[in-house]
Design a protein around this ligand. Sequence first.
Ligand code: UDP
Length: 242
Amino acid sequence: MRKDIMGVTFDDVTLAEAAAAGETLAAGPGFAYVVTPNPEIVNLARRAEDYRQVLNGAALVLPDGIGVVHAARILGTPLQGRVPGIDFATALVARLAQSGGRLFLLGAKPGVAEQAGENLRRQYPGLTICGTHHGYFQDSGPVVQAIRAARADVVFVCLGAPKQEYWMAQQGPATGAHLMVGLGGVLDVYAGNVKRAPALWQKLGLEWCYRLLHQPSRIGRMAKLPLFLVEAAGEKRKRGRA
Ligand code: UDP
């Protein structure tokens, strides 16, 4: 059963459970997409009903940010923990390298997806990167065709939020891919352009702080996070009265 955190319904799963579910979807006959909302994304969804529906329509809704986990606890519907999008993606890559599934990388500035693919292939011998495309296109048609021609099973869609979630829901079925995952800036990390926080910072739930120190321009976006928790407390009081 999913847990409603400020209007977005999250799957209460561990990373291992999420990766196993992702592998099953990737090998299945249909089309599904996975979203990895952080508080910023949940806030966007609170202002746009159609975006909220796109998020809740995903086959898996994974709690990417520690802020979502804190809000869940405040609301009295705790989640087992954070499932960072990048950890889910990496676990899926490891499984695809074993199963022979075909991965397409979409997004980021020109050249980044190619570099990310090279690095992943080096780290996971046997991985098939069946195609790449940058994320700064106007017309989706040729991109859909490229994914279809590459016979991709899985596509990492890294266009930033909310663009990537709308894109997966709207364009995904026409690509012939079985699974799409919306992953924000993950290709920049795989390409080696952006460093992830060291493991200890991640364990302490301080990845956001590390990111802020290295990309101070994110301060405006992040300043809204404490407010998110205050609003979760307000929501809890409202639910208590209802
Ligand atoms: N991006 C893109 N097309 C766009 C806008 C953004 O491919 O039209 C890429 C951008 O280059 C970056 C990613 O989307 O690689 C978004 O990164 P951000 O750090 O904002 O995402 P987050 O991880 O915070 O969701």
